[in-house]
Design a protein around this ligand. Structure first.
Ligand code: NAP
Length: 252
């Protein structure tokens, strides 16, 4: 069997929330496939993690600071990318946060923060790149959902609702894009060892692991291949789909 080697040379990719975890892994993998990568990190954060990610990748990486939930910051970020590289071929909407509380205790501010970053952020970034992609009749949009959008999770109603919204947004977007040479799809990672799980107690992580048929929580490297695939020519016929590297936790 011939294994497909993914070639992203000549492409520019923007990955939101790429100073850490899955986004950082995706940026590294895209760069290894030849892409120039733009590492976004939030305005509220120090630049150190993003700079470290860029240094690890080398000269094909640059960083850009923007809170994806703030419209003007997203506009400036996309203008920066287009000014710097002249083109944007791949947008990965990945930035995210997680909070946990039973529904009756979810503060409105937490509900709004979750929706602002996940849903508004995905919308703002996508809207800001679409006309550019339409003009070039070329592009890939990869949104980050979660396997929890399918199975639900007690304590995470705001998070799972936001991820469900991202799935639905992606499907409608794929229909609007129509027969252009642009695709919109989702990756729905299963539980993955990144800082977003930092506050989850060990006994809960053990319970999650016990429920995964593969018997392990994912590492970032277990997840990034799905993004590389959706960015590749091999995924050209995928439209509005969601692929879920989750160790068998959920069957889509
Ligand atoms: P992570 O390591 O915490 O990474 C999240 C990234 O998003 C960080 O770089 C963070 O920056 C950035 N970010 C947060 N708010 C932002 C904002 N307003 N604007 C721009 N960037 C922002 O977590 P992760 O696990 O890699 O999560 C990446 C995505 O995968 C998220 O959408 C998450 O919901 C999804 N996901 C994760 C899992 C999992 O188990 N890990 C499972 C399913 C889906 P700072 O670190 O500076 O805050």
């Amino acid at each position: 069997m011939t294994l497909l080697k993914t070639d992203l040379s000549g492409k520019t990719a923007l990955i939101t929330g790429a100073s850490s975890g899955i986004g950082r892994g995706v940026a590294k993998a895209f760069a290894e496939c030849g892409a120039k990568v733009v590492i976004n990190y939030p305005t509220s954060a120090e630049s150190a993690s993003a700079n470290e990610a860029a240094e690890e990748i080398g000269p094909s990486a640059v960083t850009t600071c923007a809170n994806v939930s703030v419209e003007d910051e997203v506009t400036s970020m996309i203008n920066f990318v287009l000014g710097e590289f002249g083109q944007l071929d791949i947008l990965v909407n990945n930035a995210g946060i997680a909070r946990s509380a039973p529904v009756e205790n979810i503060p409105t501010s937490d509900w709004n923060d979750i929706f602002s970053i996940h849903v508004n952020g995905t919308f703002f970034c996508t809207r800001a790149v679409l006309n550019h992609m339409y003009e070039r009749n070329s592009g890939r949009i990869i949104n980050t959902a979660s396997q929890l959008a399918y199975k639900g999770a007690p304590g995470f109603a705001h998070y799972t609702a936001a991820k469900g919204a991202i799935l639905s947004f992606t499907r409608s977007l794929a229909l609007e894009i129509g027969d252009r040479n642009i695709s919109a799809n989702c990756v729905a990672p299963g539980a993955t060892m990144t800082p977003i799980l930092g506050d989850v107690p060990e006994n809960i992580l053990n319970d999650i692991q016990a429920g995964i048929p593969r018997g392990k929580l994912a590492e970032v490297d277990d997840i990034v291949g799905s993004y590389v695939f959706l960015a590749s020519d091999a995924a050209g016929h995928f439209r509005g789909q969601c692929i879920s590297p989750n160790g068998g936790d959920v069957f889509l």
